[in-house]
Design a protein around this ligand. Sequence first.
Ligand code: RBZ
Ligand code: NIO
Length: 339
Amino acid sequence: MAAPSPTARAEAADRLAGLATPAGALGRLGELGVWLASCQGQCPPEVPSNVRAVIFAGDHGVAAHGVSAYPAAVTPAMVRTFAAGRAGVSALAAANGVSVRVLDIAVDDDLEGIDPEVQHFKVRRSSEPLHLRNALTLAETEQALENGAIIAAQEIAAGADLLISGDMGIGNTTPATALIAASLGLPAAELTGRGTGIDDAALVAKQELIQVALDRVKEADLGPVETLAALGGADLAASTGFMVAAARAGVPVLLDGVIAVACAVMADRIEPGAAAWFAAGHRSTEPAQTLALDKLGLVPLLDLGMRLGEGSGAVAAVPVVRAAAAVLRDVALLSELAI
Ligand SMILES: Cc1cc2ncn([C@H]3O[C@H](COP(=O)(O)O)[C@@H](O)[C@H]3O)c2cc1C
Ligand SMILES: O=C(O)c1cccnc1
């Protein structure tokens, strides 16, 4: 897989160093502009004008085992809310000129009456409880990965210059944490967070459940696709396939919270080097997200204390990405000044 352009990166780093600002004064905004230039293969970079978010919705068998503060029935209700443009991410996206598309990958409901396009990529109803058995078969995992790749190709064909993967699925912080724990070789106790806001007792039970899932497969020495089958879910596999395909096509991805970052870790395991095409939008309150971002070498642009998912943290960071491009493009060079 091709890396972002080293030539454009070098040119952008030179331009940044030559801007009419004190050296380093643009801080991480400058670095972000350099990254964008390398992804676009041009300096200065263009300001992203066709930012597209896809929400991968799916239920998880673990939701019936006390890991979430909310019932699984919220998932289909929220899918309808995205379709109506009334979710948290919908408002952020409207404010920032980002398109949102919701897709039912594994919702445990037939969503009667919904636009058939929403269900075109459905793999199954819910994924299995990962502490008891594999979340998916390998065939389902491959199908979900392939669906994600097709979805990315559609968004890119529609002109996407920056992609965002959002999530919706009660219980999904559990498989996301399990995927990160398995990939980083860390125990559940170091990674597990409160998700939608579970209390202390439920947090301990969630941690134990994730550890049971990790122990269930620990002897198997699983590759990334097998890990997604064992500990992930169809929605997470589709999001992973989406990110792999974006990286392969050379389209940058802005990451959200623990679910998107878990998928980014899996994408980088499937396609080593994929993470060079990813930037982190927002720091989640979930410990697993911070540990996974450290592993990927990414530092979030925003830290607003959000813990929503839906792609919200990435969508909220879009103005920062646009600003980074504008600064590198529009600021005069020190050499142009009459000093
Ligand atoms: C109304 C509502 C809207 C949401 N939007 C995103 N999530 C987020 O919270 C859930 C993950 O947390 P946990 O693992 O604790 O269930 C997912 O549905 C995720 O998308 C929501 C959750 C709720 C309740
Ligand atoms: O980090 C996240 O993305 C997150 C946290 C809590 C609930 N849903 C998502």
